[in-house]
Design a protein around this ligand. Structure first.
Ligand code: SAM
Length: 169
């Protein structure tokens, strides 16, 4: 049995379908948009959007996608969730850019809204995990937010993956 992109997202984000019902959410680095399209197709929510630097044309779904850089301010606000699934790579930006990104994203959330980054190891890239986690924690401590790092079940015992949840307070 092959896992659908939608099921993979739920697993990586540690959410159930019911957590997303009627919610307003953005998938940053949405790839070809399968998660957003499934949320729409199964009637989970109408307020679901995807952004990616490289988007294919999506007939019938144009209002839900934007071609662009998620380091720029998002064109959507009052969000319940902002997701990054395999799309943030720490080697591609520095601490200052990460701090700016988090500040911008927190402004786009509803009170008690969340940013979920999964797996956070993608954020780490080739840098050492400890160094980057310290940098992330340093950035998050400077904002009015809470955060948790949760281990994810992984296919291999030798590889660990974690989900970073940042909540607006
Ligand atoms: C490995 S793919 C993951 C796609 C999807 N999230 C998934 O899990 O199937 C990473 C995606 O992030 C996008 N991406 C990376 N950096 C980005 C940025 N700064 N702004 C917008 N999209 C970005 C890439 O174009 C690519 O489509």
């Amino acid at each position: 049995m092959t896992e659908s992109d939608f099921e993979r997202y739920l697993k990586k984000l540690k959410l159930r379908e019911s957590d997303l019902r009627g919610k307003r959410l953005v998938d940053c680095g949405c790839g070809y948009g399968a998660f957003v399209k499934t949320c729409l197709d199964i009637g989970l929510t109408d307020s679901v959007y995807g952004i990616d630097e490289y988007l294919e044309t999506m007939p019938g779904y144009e209002d839900h996608f934007k071609t662009g850089d998620f380091f720029d301010p998002l064109p959507w606000d009052k969000l319940d969730y902002i997701f990054f699934v395999r799309s943030l790579f720490y080697d591609c930006f520095n601490e200052k850019q990460f701090a700016k990104l988090i500040g911008q994203l927190l402004e786009r959330l509803k009170p008690a809204g969340e940013i979920r980054i999964s797996p956070v190891e993608h954020l780490v890239g080739n840098s050492t995990s400890r160094e980057v986690i310290c940098a992330i924690v340093g950035v998050l401590d400077s904002y009015p937010c809470n955060y948790t790092l949760t281990p994810l079940p992984t296919p291999s015992e030798r590889r660990t993956e974690k989900l970073l949840i940042i909540g607006r307070i």
